[in-house]
Design a protein around this ligand. Structure first.
Ligand code: GLA
Length: 393
């Protein structure tokens, strides 16, 4: 029997698969606890939320890529045969992903992508990571590329580090790809091993309160904090060597007890940054234990402790975020609250008893607008699964 026919059939089938329009969704995330720990090889506990980026699109027969943002009403076009550089706008996230694929030696077809989304931009809910992940999954699916999910997350992170120019950690991209509805993702950022922790939030809601103060990581202190952490780890490591203690490669390697012993080697500022990271890692592990035991009181208290540390030691909060947390704390029915994401603006997460949610919003709105002259936005959020795709015809 001729072997030609199955081969031809396969080719035809693969062509059909390619021209079918695709729809990809990739969610934003909140981080329950474990803030500014990912780039210190530490622990994080994010979950994806029901706000997402959607990409609809298909293959093109030429080598052009057309990116159409429905929300910005903008279309940009590049030629895969020519080099391209960052533009300084939304398109850098998908372009960065394309560039990373090309640099890894993948062969990409031309394509058209229609992008839309409902993740508030600059609110600390990882709209950029969701856009990267949606693009990466779109390209993978369209071109039938062999690339594992973990590698995909790393590729997206690299796109943001190298092309967009923000030295973000791995949390957001990982959360957008790996999250599971009803669970938090407990991720060890050193080796990217993870487990799912059930969220025993029945009777409670997670409400996001958005300061509407936009953060932009590139122009913020984010890269500076990373540098401070590297410096602190280096100094602690030298001190540990002198004292013949353990090897310290990053702040993750320091327990609160060992930190006490070594902290004399740090300046006041570096000492504060390192203390936050060391204790936040421990808090994250404790938060996982609290969730496993259904102990929402302890979990809520850990959220408050995390916020205080981000405010006083890591110094990435702002008056708007602090007020939201302080006002929430005064209300019965609020178990815990903290800023989420990089900080300098964006949202707080609040764990609020279901029957208190309206009152919570009213009261917080009043105090917030009295202080800052505008009302915060609120989003009742549900956890959701990580990014996925379907063919639309
Ligand atoms: C941003 C970064 C993440 C992480 C958080 C802070 O969201 O993209 O990698 O560092 O800030 O926890």
């Amino acid at each position: 029997m001729s072997t030609k026919r199955p081969l031809t059939l396969l080719l035809v089938l693969s062509k059909i698969r390619k021209v079918k329009p695709l729809k990809i969704r990739a969610p934003g995330r909140i981080n329950l606890i474990g803030e500014h720990t990912d780039y210190n090889s530490g622990f994080v506990l994010p979950c994806a939320i029901n706000r997402e980026i959607t990409i609809r699109g298909k293959e093109r027969k030429d080598k052009k890529v057309v990116l159409h943002s429905l929300d910005f009403g903008e279309k940009i076009e590049i030629d895969l045969k020519k080099s391209f550089s960052p533009r300084g706008d939304w398109a850098d996230y998908p372009l960065g992903v394309i560039k990373e694929y090309l640099e890894k030696g993948f062969f990409l077809s031309g394509m058209e992508l229609e992008i839309s989304g409902n993740i508030p931009i600059g609110a600390g809910l990882s709209s950029s990571a969701a856009l990267e992940v949606a693009t990466a999954l779109f390209i993978k699916t369209l071109n039938n590329l062999k690339i594992e999910k973990t590698e995909l997350a790393l590729l997206c992170q690299k796109a943001e580090n190298s092309f967009v120019g923000v030295s973000c950690g791995i949390m957001d991209q990982f959360a957008s790809l790996f999250s599971k509805k009803g669970f938090a993702l407990f991720l060890d950022c050193r080796n990217l091993s993870y487990s799912y922790v059930p969220l025993p939030f029945s009777g409670y809601k997670i409400i996001l309160a958005d300061t509407k103060k936009k953060h932009r990581l590139t122009s913020s202190f984010y890269n500076q904090r990373r540098k401070e952490c590297r410096q602190a780890a280096k100094l602690l490591s030298e001190e540990a060597k002198k004292k013949k203690l353990l090897e310290i490669k990053s702040l993750r390697d320091t327990s609160p007890e060992i930190f006490q012993e070594l902290k004399g080697s740090l300046s006041q500022v570096l000492g504060k940054r390192a203390k936050h990271v060391v204790e936040e890692n421990e808090r994250t592990e404790r938060a996982v234990e609290a969730l496993k035991k259904n102990d929402l009181i302890s979990f809520g208290n850990l959220l408050y402790a995390s916020h205080n540390s981000l405010r006083d030691l890591y110094e990435v909060s702002c008056p708007e975020l602090n007020l939201l947390v302080e006002e929430g704390k005064k209300m019965p029915g609020v178990l815990g609250a903290r800023m989420t994401g990089a900080g300098f603006g964006g949202c707080t997460i609040n764990l609020v008893k279901e029957e208190t949610t309206d009152k919570f919003q009213e009261k917080i709105s009043l105090s917030f607008s009295a202080a800052f002259g505008h009302r915060p936005d609120f989003y009742l959020c549900e956890t959701t699964d990580g990014a996925s795709f379907k063919t639309t015809r």
